[in-house]
Ligand binder design. Structure first.
Ligand SMILES: NC(=O)c1ccc[n+]([C@@H]2O[C@H](COP(=O)([O-])OP(=O)(O)OC[C@H]3O[C@@H](n4cnc5c(N)ncnc54)[C@H](OP(=O)(O)O)[C@@H]3O)[C@@H](O)[C@H]2O)c1
Length: 203
């Protein structure tokens, strides 16, 4: 998404945890689950105004996706990373959102929808994204107070470290599609759940 935004002329400020990718942006180190670091980032960016704030990082959780076989620590880390920290991060950074037509965008998952995931595929990972969807919804009044739009975007099944080699969607296809959705929805207001290709999803 950083590449796709930069290619369209956006000026991008981005964060990394382990190492900054070789992509032109203003990079800041951040572990999203360390709230003190999120406050430091907000302070460092004070005075700037952002047209969009994208919260993307996430983890898949325990590989066995079984509650009895997962430790409390694994489950707590999953909830903290996928549901709690993204929304805390967005809420902390919200004062930096432009006062008109700004977007708060979370990377969620189609499987986090109760309606789209009848078989409870990857239930633990999916539940963390269901929680993200609900906690994101609670931000809507603050986003609307900025005359902005709230997006919960599903990136597709993507060839990343998490998605694996069998995934049908490339990082470039997903990133470019997500940026298209961002641009298409940014003046609409409300909260929308959409995939990278533009398909509207049921909650
Ligand atoms: N790939 C898919 O098919 C797919 C499908 C649906 C949704 N998603 C969602 O898309 C997002 C990106 O996934 P991905 O496929 O790119 O996963 P990935 O290949 O595993 O990369 C995850 C990225 O998130 C970072 N990260 C993890 N925990 C972090 C934390 N506490 N603070 C800051 N950064 C952290 C990782 O940093 P490090 O490099 O330091 O580990 C890494 O850069 C996630 O929210 C995921 O749930 C992915």
């Amino acid at each position: 998404m950083v590449k796709a935004l930069a290619a369209q002329g956006w000026q991008v400020t981005a964060t990394y945890r382990s190492s900054a990718p070789e992509v032109a942006a203003q990079w800041h180190a951040l572990d999203m689950t360390h709230q003190d670091e999120v406050w430091q980032l907000a302070t460092a960016l004070q005075g700037d105004s952002f047209d969009a704030i994208l919260i993307n990082a996430g983890i898949a959780g325990p590989s066995q996706q079984n509650l009895l076989q997962s430790s409390d620590a694994e489950l707590a880390q999953l909830c903290l990373t996928n549901a709690i920290s993204p929304v805390r991060c967005a809420e902390t950074l919200l004062p930096l959102l432009a006062k008109q037509n700004g977007v708060i965008d979370f990377t969620t998952l189609i499987l986090g929808s109760l309606n789209e995931n009848d078989a409870a595929t990857m239930p633990i990972y999916s539940a963390s994204k269901s929680a993200l969807n609900m906690l994101s919804r609670a931000l809507l009044p603050q986003v609307e107070a900025h005359n902005g739009t709230l997006l919960s975007l599903h990136p597709g099944w993507v060839k990343t470290d998490m998605g694996g080699e069998s995934a049908p969607v490339t990082v470039e296809q997903s990133g470019e599609g997500l940026v298209q959705r961002l641009v298409a929805y940014r003046k609409r207001g409300g909260h929308h759940y959409v995939d990278y290709a533009g398909q509207l999803l049921q909650w």
